[in-house]
Design a protein around this ligand. Sequence first.
Ligand code: CTP
Ligand code: CA
Length: 223
Amino acid sequence: AYLLAPEEDLNDRKVLITAGGTMEALDPVRYLGNHSSGKMGYALARIAQARGADVTLISAPTTLNDPKGVKKIEVRTAAEMEEMVLKYKAEQDIIIMAAAVADYRPKDYSDNKIKKESGDLVIRLERTEDILAKLGKDKDNQILVGFAAESDNLVENAKDKLARKNADLIVANDITSADTGFAADNNKVIIISKDREVDIPKASKLEVAKQIIDQICEMILNN
Ligand code: CTP
Ligand code: CA
């Protein structure tokens, strides 16, 4: 409960957060997507709201309750998420891309359910837009935060994403640890910026969210 105690260090700040995993339809019953419960993004929305921010949450489908006092916008696909992020981005002080955005979508959507046949099914996939990279390209006076879920070379891959996408912070998490990561209530991350790495030991996603927001606030103060 103390994590959600009202504080004021984000008063008058606008924060945009994406959450959940986008779903890219193949036909009316099937989709391609990434594992994501949405818990990390929703925890960030709750913490930011409690600390005084004006929070917009752009969410792919999840089973979670709407965080109180947050403007929530529901989307399904990477393309819809991109459209909404671009619609709201200009006025934001902080943008946190916690969503698991699908990197590919089926190139052709079938209006009818594809019937199974005896042989293999070949599906052609096309790339989706990299929303974070796009935000990084024409960044205003804005703090841009991304996530990196990695199975190996955690810090190296995360630093690469920080530079490639022109982000200010990358929250790196190792998805191979059993009780942290996707559906879990706990997480263990390293928060990486250009000049430092902060190790956050295993904690609840709400506690991890607090630590991430703390790092962002410190960045704002040092600007
Ligand atoms: N991201 C995004 N748009 C995409 C894919 C990813 O905005 N189409 C964002 C994610 O929300 C996350 C960050 O980019 O904040 C890193 O996502 P990740 O999947 O780890 O990196 P990718 O660049 O997609 O590389 P890969 O999946 O090959 O590791
Ligand atoms: Ca990806």
